[in-house]
Design a protein around this ligand. Structure first.
Ligand code: FNR
Length: 181
């Protein structure tokens, strides 16, 4: 299954980026994860949406050709990052490439709550008419205190977290099959 991944942090050592890279490797047999370079997108501009920069066209096409979308969000000031919102805004217009795509959300932070507030807002955003993803219900992946659960190479070392994400990925695969049926 081809999955387009949107990671909301452009930091070199981003935990969220490491988490998605870890998932790309670990679940390669189930999910073929394509990490989209949303950090290369310009600021959304409605004047340009009908004739957008090439990067917008390229990423829209990659989402269109995917079976689902994985969102990995940091928490910035009790919300998602501007970069992630910017990407969602671009992809919510003209082609509506995200509508009816099965989506899964993960988020990592050093705080105990692990992006709870950001994910609550992200679910609301994903429910907007132009976005319209079919987001996996009942599975919330909050990787709090991530600095204690990941090694230098970005491997998750906390067995409970690994097992939990294994389970959610299985639920996500079932969800995609159900949505596509
Ligand atoms: C943060 N951080 C943060 N953490 C949190 O739990 N709640 C919050 O509201 C915020 N707000 C916030 C704002 C800004 C501007 C920054 C830069 C950071 C901390 C943040 O979660 C932490 O830096 C994560 O490590 C960011 O994710 P990445 O870059 O590691 O993926």
């Amino acid at each position: 299954m081809k999955i387009a991944a949107l990671v909301g942090s452009n930091r070199k050592d981003s935990y969220n980026k490491k988490l998605v890279e870890y998932m790309k490797e670990k679940y390669a047999g189930k999910l073929d994860i394509d990490i989209l370079p949303i950090d290369e997108l310009p600021f959304y501009n409605q004047d340009k949406e009908m004739d957008p920069p090439a990067i917008v066209e390229d990423l829209r096409r990659r989402i269109k050709n995917s079976d689902g979308i994985l969102f990995a969000t940091p928490e910035y000031n009790a919300s998602i990052s501007g970069m992630l919102k910017n990407a969602i805004d671009w992809f919510s217009r003209v082609d509506l490439v995200m509508v009816n795509k099965p989506a899964m959300i993960v988020g990592a932070s050093m705080g105990a709550m692990g992006t709870v507030k950001a994910q609550m807002q992200l679910r609301q955003i994903l429910n907007a008419p132009g976005v319209g993803t079919l987001t996996l219900p009942g599975n919330e992946v909050f990787v709090g205190s991530v600095q204690n659960k990941m090694d230098e190479q970005g491997n998750l070392t906390d067995e409970q977290t690994v097992q939990f994400i294994d389970n959610v990925v299985d639920n996500y695969v079932q969800w995609i099959n159900r949505v596509e049926a």
